[in-house]
Design a protein around this ligand. Structure first.
Ligand SMILES: O=C(O)C1=C[C@@H](OP(=O)(O)O)[C@@H](O)[C@H](O)C1
Ligand SMILES: C=C(OP(=O)(O)O)C(=O)O
Length: 420
């Protein structure tokens, strides 16, 4: 889809009040879609996200011989033989990290040749640690640049019942191997190579989804898991709302002094980004240092909010934001400094936001380069709730995970000008 080139947010000048339910979780939808595709029979997913990332996953499953029906705007009905057949053409997964990483591991237990590819952004996002791990399992997998495309010549089995994986750059490599492991032929052990992975909460999300589709998985030490070779059972599965999407609404609420009913309480979320709620509620007294490692996708929201905080905030533990949809540390610092020079600084892989509550109410025309990154677009829209002249470039990149974002804000009373 050709998106709009830009839009300028008009500060509403009043509290945002109303009901706005975030769409289904991207992370959970793409796990459930894959697991349903690996299960024999028909699975029904409700409350699911329909967005670019889940469309790429659903279309990939279709290309792999799985029937994926969409009876309504939030459901998928998935019917599979449990096998993912080699597709006629390379799988194109856009910039969907979950779809790309999760399928790469699952297809390693397929039969035949599979090529996993993405757009120009995905082709810069590392996948080497996962490919190395698959090679150590005897799988013929190649990613010459260390990023997609990945070519896999699969023979339906792993040559070993244990893998060591470095999840330092992305926890998705670990989740991907965990989901694939239930389809191997013997109890399988996954061990972390490095001291730790980023957001552990995504691993819990993976294990919960696997169990919902009949898998038996247990954590055997702080850095290892054992997965039984059960395969997956078709299931009916409800996807919870997206916690990362919720962060924009929570932030819009505190920034405008409003009241937004999300239809779900913060403590009901099982996703890691729900941890951001406690910090957002402290606004304008957010802490001087925030460790973003366990809520990485909420960092753009928190960083823009921090610009209006009463004291500067240093974000630590965010190094792997440099290998997300774009280099988010750079994009945040560029965007904040476009609003006012000196508002943010990168220090190594930390980001310091020099807060100034007096920004609110000013007109500071700034064109925010989103680098095609949905979270940069959505988080800088928050600045536009308080500052006049904030123009978001390529605003329709929000389609990656929250296609209705601009409409949702508008339903709460936000308007836009200069839409082109
Ligand atoms: O497992 C998941 O669903 C995700 C894990 C995180 O990525 P990394 O593991 O690459 O940090 C997160 O940023 C991404 O949006 C979703
Ligand atoms: C990092 C993200 O996505 P992914 O890795 O799934 O592409 C995100 O949604 O912020």
């Amino acid at each position: 889809m050709m998106g709009r080139a830009k839009l300028t947010v008009v500060p509403p000048g009043k509290p945002l009040i109303g009901r706005a339910i975030p769409p289904g979780s991207k992370s959970i939808t793409n796990r459930a879609l894959l697991l349903a595709g690996l299960a024999k029979g028909t699975s029904r997913l409700t409350g699911a996200l329909k967005s670019d990332d889940t469309r790429y996953m659903a279309d990939a499953l279709r290309a792999l011989g799985v029937v994926v029906d969409e009876p309504d705007a939030t459901s998928f009905v998935v019917t599979s033989t449990g096998k993912l057949e080699p597709p006629a053409a390379p799988l194109f997964l856009g910039n969907a990290g979950t779809a790309t990483r999760f399928l790469t591991a699952a297809l390693a237990l397929g039969n035949g040749r599979y090529v996993v590819d993405g757009d120009e952004h995905m082709r810069k996002r590392p996948i080497k640690p996962l490919v190395d791990a698959l090679q150590s399992l005897g799988v013929k997998a190649e990613a010459p640049t260390g990023c997609p495309p990945v070519t896999i010549d699969a023979t339906g089995a792993f040559a070993s019942d244990k893998v060591v994986i470095d999840g330092g750059l992305s926890s998705q490599y670990v989740s991907a191997l965990q989901m694939a492991a239930a389809c191997s032929s013997a109890p399988f052990t996954i061990e972390l190579a490095g001291a730790d992975i980023g957001a552990r909460g995504y691993i819990d999300l993976t294990l919960a989804a696997m169990r919902a589709f009949g898998a038996e998985a247990e954590q055997t030490s702080p850095s290892s898991w054992r997965i039984q070779p059960t395969g997956y059972r078709a299931a009916d599965f409800t996807v919870e709302p997206d916690a990362s999407a919720a962060t924009y609404l929570w932030a819009a609420e505190v920034l405008t002094g409003g009241k937004i009913d999300l239809g779900v309480a913060n403590e009901e979320f099982t996703q890691p980004d729900a941890k951001a709620y406690d910090i957002i509620r402290q606004f304008p007294h957010m802490p001087a240092e925030i460790d973003g490692s366990q809520m990485q996708d909420a960092v753009p929201t928190l960083a823009v909010l921090a610009a209006f905080n009463e004291q500067p905030v240093r974000f630590v533990g965010i190094a792997n934001l440099r290998v997300k949809e774009c280099d988010r540390i750079r994009a945040l610092s560029l965007g904040l400094n476009a609003i006012r020079d000196g508002l943010a600084r990168e220090e190594g892989d930390d980001l310091i936001v020099f807060s100034d509550p007096a920004l609110a109410g000013q007109v500071l025309p700034a064109a925010i380069d989103t680098f095609a990154d949905h979270r940069i677009a959505m988080s800088f829209a928050l600045a536009g709730l308080k500052i006049g002249g904030i123009t978001i470039l390529d605003p329709d990149c929000v389609a990656k995970t929250f296609p209705s974002y601009w409409d949702v804000l508008s339903s709460l009373g936000v308007s836009y000008t200069d839409i082109q």
